[in-house]
Write a protein that binds this ligand. Sequence first.
Ligand SMILES: [Fe+2]
Length: 296
Amino acid sequence: MTGDADLDREAPAFAADANPEAEFSAKASWSGQEPILMDTHVHTQHSDGAATIQQVEEACRRLDVGCCIADHNEIRGSIHLWERRQVPTLTSMEVGSRELIELIVFFDNPESCEQFFKENVEPYRLKRWYTFLPRSLEALMAGAHEHGALISLPHPYAWLWKNIRFGERRQGRVERVLEEIEGIEVLNGSMSPRANRRAWQLCSQLAKTPLAGSDAHLVEAIGSVLVGLEAPGFSASLFDQLKAGRVFGLFAFEPWSLPLASGWQMVRQHTRKLISLPVSFKPTAGRRMGWPFFLK
Ligand SMILES: [Fe+2]
């Protein structure tokens, strides 16, 4: 699907033991009517996380939960997990906009996810530094809705530019995002209780669907923050439940050390990318995008 061979490293051996026929073997006793717990925000080695897809799957099966892989501007891990059909999942990604705001987009099928990626993400990705695209929030949301996605705003009160109240110039666009999205992540494993509380208040005020995710960058954090959906299903019906906002609860089981370790994992991954010179950025409208331009 996408070209970077170095990120497909764990796929062949792992794929050999996949059993597409054994849909939901991890939940063999599942009746189809029980509630389901989902970690809606997990990172893997396809972006800045530490986990392979196999480790994600093992963690989900051990905890008996589902999860959505929301790698930064990347879908291969998410689609790989979906295709294996061993744990409940939706294809998804965390996409970063030109305004330095991130969105998580969930799709009801991998084809729509891939189409969105090909049209709105892949052509705009900068080499190596993948967190934010030179693409506006407006364009990303229009593209996502065109493919029937559910859009969620993760960690709205994160640090600095990831905080929706950071900088006056983009407030108009932020307000528009808040109008158009369906969900707000009110419980994020990397955020402080205060930031999560504020997110919850915002979500209640705007009557959006409350979502929860570990934002796991470590294997140990997967499944530590969960959203409870009223009725489970594989992919399409799970998507419908999420879209309809049928959430019955939010749960967190997180040791205090995880945010610190998770933060360190992110620093390691991003630093590794920054120092792996040479770094080149595509010139856009006559000037160089991204940073650090002095490394060129
Ligand atoms: Fe994230």
